[in-house]
Design a protein around this ligand. Sequence first.
Ligand code: C5P
Length: 206
Amino acid sequence: MIIAVDGPVAAGKGTLARRIAAHYGLQYLDTGLLYRAVGLKLLQSGKDPSSATAAVEAAAGISDISLDDPALRNEETGNAASIVAANQEVRNALLRFQRDVAKRPPGAVLDGRDIGTVVCPDADVKLFVTAAADIRAQRRYEELVAKGETVDYAAVLADLHRRDDRDSNRGVAPLKKADDAYLLDTSKLDIEAALDAACRIIDGRR
Ligand code: C5P
């Protein structure tokens, strides 16, 4: 079984996808981490994330990159990820890695931006998880504060709008709901209610 979970930044799709995977005994892959790993490799080697050559080179070595580095979760890394993600060659280099995980039994839950549209267009169930921008920004703000970072809500909201805009309007694999994806708005749902709603959709499709 393959379940695709797509949506904009801080919509709650990562937590939800991890819980869905645990519930159905499936593997879980956070595909954003792959783009973040490419972005971080460039930042750490002092290269510009918008340099296509450097980004493609970093993406080619993805199977050797650690996905455990806490720096992968930084805002700066997220921004670099969103820049390298607009490059078609980078996306091609990461595609095989993602499809290999999806193909492995017993199946997987993958979360990202283009899982239902590009990576696994034949997924058994597709969810498009979203929430109002101010609620997503508030969640991200609280997450960063909990990590001990000094942040400003207005800056978090502006950054989220910038990233949404870049991810939705890029020429390659833009963030968009697949025609056959179920829309799940988590604005008014906590994680348990979101998981319930997702399981009802998934069980209905099985
Ligand atoms: O989901 P996360 O915030 O970790 O993703 C970081 C960035 O990686 C996103 O802003 C997006 O540009 C890119 N991404 C993507 N396709 C995916 C997953 C992430 O373009 N499947």
